[in-house]
Design a protein around this ligand. Sequence first.
Ligand code: BGC
Length: 660
Amino acid sequence: MKTYTLTLDDLGNIETQNVETIFAQANGFMGVRASLPIQANDSLPGTFINGFYETHPIIYGENAYGYAKNHETMVKCFDLRTLELSVNGEVLSVLTERNLKLNLMTGILSETYLYETNLGQQIKLELESFTSHFNRTTYAQKIKITALNFSGEVHVKKEAKLLLPNSSKDFDPRVREASVNLQKQGNQYTTANSKLSLYTKFDEIDETFQLNPTQSFEFEQLNQISKENQFEIVSYERLKVEQVKIFDTFWSVSDIEIDGDETLQKGVRVNLYHLFNSAGRDGKTNFGAKGLTGEGYEGHYFWDTEMYLLPFFTHTQPEIAKSLLTYRLNILPQAKQRAKELGFAGALYAWRTQSGHETSAYYPAGTAQVHINADIAYALELYEKVTGDSAFIQSAKEIIYETARFWLSYGFMSQRGFEIHEVTGPDEYTALVNNNYYTNKMAQNNLRYAVRLAHTFKENQEEATFWQTAADKMYFGYDETSKITKQDDSFLDKQVWDFAHTPKENYPLLLHYHPMKIYKHQVLKQADTILAHMLFAEEKAQVARDFDFYEPLTTHDSSLSRAIHGVVASRLGRTQQAYDFFADSATMDLSDMQGNASHGIHAANMGGTWLGLIYGFAGLHIDNGELKIENHLPKQIKALRFNILYQGKLQSFELKNEKN
Ligand code: BGC
């Protein structure tokens, strides 16, 4: 068994809740935070089930037509980890030592804790656990309790507990908890509003036994949760053997080796580990912005999946890519309904959702990000190009047609060309603008893809001529004087944000300034035009000018920003800058750079790390149907090895740094 271990020494912030996120385990269906085994105030236990959410009506001070109606909040349902332990009636209350070792190559977590009672009786707790990828309903644990310095009666009680939402939270719009009232009937738990059910098969222990110094008591627990009330009994040892095999298969394709930088190597593997863990596998669920590791963003699925995660999955785990895209096909009816409700043709995908319905209560940075439609189309096209799986595209082509129909009805033809007004691009510090460059570029791509499919499948031919015209005449703003691509029609006319007088502690700006103040300035939260340049070939000198203009205006307050800048910097030959962005991306959650790893992993950034390495340093691209690479390795990295599954065939690449 290969080992590659993550320990507390690898973390920049070892506050309990951060640790619980980074060491969390998941299998696409269920995620379990690595919470402390003995209840503590600073611990935040949580088990999340992908797509299991409660709905609550959104209460607007001032409502308007078509606003999203319901919140959908992922339920932090059970605590599967906490033990109650006492020695001769004295509870264990003082934690004196903790060690966590996560074997990234197997997904198996080993933990050791030393606890004491107030009378000084010491107990060592050794835990081994994993969320089974073989039997996704199961969270498996092996627990060993050793008396260190006493003889006495040890009482252990361990049962799954229903979790209640936390009572208070600081102001942070990125986290929200629903008060969830799970109704229990037998082994069935049902949410009051969304009427979703889970079934459980929990293992419980409640025993007292006599221990002398160095003596131990060991037991296994298999806690199971199912949406279908179907449970398969598989032994702990068998699950463990299968877990190792499944991870081995994953790493045999998806691993990336970096020579020359151990910290980054570890960062990359941690990120790939989490990507493998939190991706929905059933076509009905997707990948939350925080995976299944925390309650940030309420478990919602965003464009993060299509633009940041799917390149990795498509190139190395196409089956997972397909199931994530199948989810979009399954929610197409909701997207069509939404477009209709807003008075447009075709389909408009929800900005943030689980059920497929829009749940963004703040439409300027939510629904208005209509680029989500084109992001999904882009991801489908990439999937087709890389896998050659045309059968799947045939089954999913309605997504492309319906999104193309939306563009045609949302945009309009003017003297300048085909314009798309009243949108918000990826940069959420600029809202409700006309002709956002990224959106127009992506919509153009979406329309062209629809035309290609219409020709291939000999259908919608008449509509296709309109799609073609709209794409060909798509309007892009450009400032002839400065020779800068306009992020949107008004961006260049705005006042520049006063960066010099913005104290460090006022970042992220969204927590310290009203949107009106932010929107009226030239200031970016994340890559926007630069992301478009990463995706579509553009003259290098133009990309360089735009990079030099937009990057200094970018706060990178969004974790989705740095990796993209890294890729583009690589392509511009700015290897040191590329390296710096990449290093930030690779270790973002390990160092808690964004200051909120406790809310859950930054999944999109983790996918961004893959982009930084493969699109950036290795310059991977498809040229005339062939995979090509370009060596942009920075001096710190001596060699890079990775695999790509292209058209069903595994290709291995090795790049060496000539300068070393
Ligand atoms: C970013 C969005 C992203 C969301 C979820 C926001 O901070 O601005 O682009 O989709 O986080 O990750």
